[in-house]
Design a binder for this molecule. Structure first.
Ligand code: DUC
Ligand code: ZN
Ligand code: ZN
Length: 480
């Protein structure tokens, strides 16, 4: 078993920053010691992290590799997507395995294993999408919790006819999850109302990409979030996790539920923290299609019919939510589509643009900007991007922490160098454009280790297809 010593770095955890050397034995962390504590003699590999941060590998709990959607497939395979994740300091992903109406849950899961197994350079796990709630899929949910290491299920209040579940189906799935201690992940948007607004916009001739966002106003995210919270209460306080939260008024609902002591959690994504409708979807012509995703990128200011009290625009609300732990996690909802032949399916009809932004590579880098600008602390960066994801989804302390016995998933982060994102700069996702084209940001991924093996260093990829292992997860560790 090879040994590695990371020396002279500052180890950042969710609770503090300490100068520590880190000794790795094979795939796991053996010990932390004061600088110089470990002898270098006989160590196989030494990494000098002087002037750098040493953080737990990032965990992106929301990705869609090869998702069939909108008449095409998300353009990253597990191989290209996991490699891109590693380039950005993410060492574990939780992807969304798919079951649709009329399909068998076990077959959906088996298909996801076929796509991922043997192809990933970093570790991976799955949530299971339940797109068809019925007696059989409810039974299968229990089986997955007990035998497959899948303790979280995503339901959709949007996309009628595709992934949508009605309130009765949602309630039944929540009751089943409550029985086995599993978490319900919710895509909270009122899809029935959205479909009416979409048809009305198209009938008016409003076909440009920006109407994707205008037809999904934030009150319809807030209403669905509220309804999901009520249903989760009726279902026995089942743990509920709202995915890709984009709006201040939806966040108010989560904050109120949390204030009432409920098992309600939420995530947001970099696109909602940094991008505005005006600067992205609102670009002339069809270019805005690059940023068509759901929930949508929102206006700089609140919608005119915003329901709520906060006064800082959606982005200000979300940053505050991150600081206040109303938002527990930052994921990406990585769902990449090329402009050519994919996004172009929606030329002349925004509702036919495949929904999704590719971002798995840039989450750690982008969120670090919140540290630079003072929106969050260094510790909160690590907490929301590495540690809470592990605890929320039953992987701690194997993942999410630099501690003896944990997997040696570690990122050496250089705060003194800049990163330029763009198709001809730093860009490793399988896409013909970047949602972050031209962004020059502070900090840089220096070295990435996955279970003790160097995956990225010196701007070179050393990862190996098949190194990544499937992670069986336990129940959420945020529940008493
Ligand atoms: N949202 C997206 O943007 N893409 C895929 C599915 C989803 O919910
Ligand atoms: Zn979703
Ligand atoms: Zn998603």
């Amino acid at each position: 078993m090879a040994t590695t010593l990371i020396k002279n770095g500052k180890v950042v955890s969710a609770t503090g920053v300490i100068a520590h050397d880190v000794l790795i034995d094979g795939e796991t962390i053996r010990a932390l010691g004061a600088p110089g504590y470990f002898t270098e003699e006989g160590i196989d590999h030494i990494i000098d992290a002087a002037g750098k941060y040493v953080i737990p590998g990032g965990i992106d709990v929301h990705t869609h590799m090869e998702l069939p959607f909108g008449g095409t497939f998300a353009s990253d395979t597990f191989e290209t997507g996991s490699n891109a994740a590693a380039w950005g300091g993410t060492t574990t992903i939780i992807d969304m395995a798919v079951q649709r109406y009329g399909e068998n849950v076990h077959e959906g899961l088996a298909e996801w294993h076929r796509k991922a197994d043997g192809n990933c350079s970093i570790d991976y796990s799955f949530h299971q999408i339940i797109g068809g709630v019925d007696d059989q899929s409810l039974k299968d949910m229990k089986y997955l919790v007990e035998h497959e290491g899948i303790s979280s299920f995503k339901l959709f209040m949007a996309y009628p006819g595709v992934f949508y579940s009605d309130d009765g189906q949602i309630l039944r799935a929540m009751q089943t999850a409550a029985e086995c201690g599993a978490m319900i992940l919710m895509h909270a948007e009122n899809g029935i109302a959205i479909d009416v607004l979409v048809q009305q916009a198209l009938a008016r001739g409003d076909t440009d990409p920006k109407f994707h966002s205008y037809t999904r106003p934030s009150p319809l995210e807030a209403e669905a979030t509220h309804r999901a919270i009520v249903l989760s209460h009726v279902a026995g306080n089942v743990p509920l996790y709202i995915v890709h939260m984009s709006a201040g008024d939806a966040l108010n609902e989560v904050a109120a539920a949390r204030h009432a002591g409920r098992n309600v959690f939420a995530e947001t994504c970099p696109q909602y923290l940094y991008l505005t409708l005006e600067e992205t979807l609102g670009k002339p012509g069809f270019e805005g299609a690059k940023w068509v995703c759901s929930t949508p990128v929102r206006s700089k200011d609140h919608d005119p019919d915003y329901i709520g009290q906060m006064g800082h625009g959606h982005q200000g609300d979300l940053w505050k939510g991150l600081r206040m732990n109303e938002l527990a996690i930052v994921s990406t909802d990585h769902c990449p589509f090329c402009m050519k032949d994919q996004k172009e399916l929606g030329l002349g009809n925004f509702s036919a643009i495949p929904n999704g932004i590719g971002g798995v590579e840039h989450r750690m880098e982008l969120l670090y900007q919140g540290v630079v600008t003072g929106e969050i602390s260094l510790e909160r960066w690590v907490e929301t991007c590495c540690t809470t994801p592990a605890r929320m989804f039953g992987m701690y302390p194997k993942k999410g922490v630099i501690a003896p016995g944990a997997d040696a998933d570690i990122v050496v982060w250089d705060p003194n160098t800049k990163t330029k994102i763009g198709i001809n700069d730093k860009h490793h996702m399988n896409m013909d454009h970047s949602a972050w084209e031209g962004w020059v940001i502070d900090g840089k991924v220096d070295t990435v280790l996955s279970r003790g093996s160097v995956v990225v260093s010196n701007d070179t990829f050393h990862g190996r297809k098949g190194h990544g292992q499937y992670v069986r997860r336990g129940l959420s560790q945020y529940l008493v």
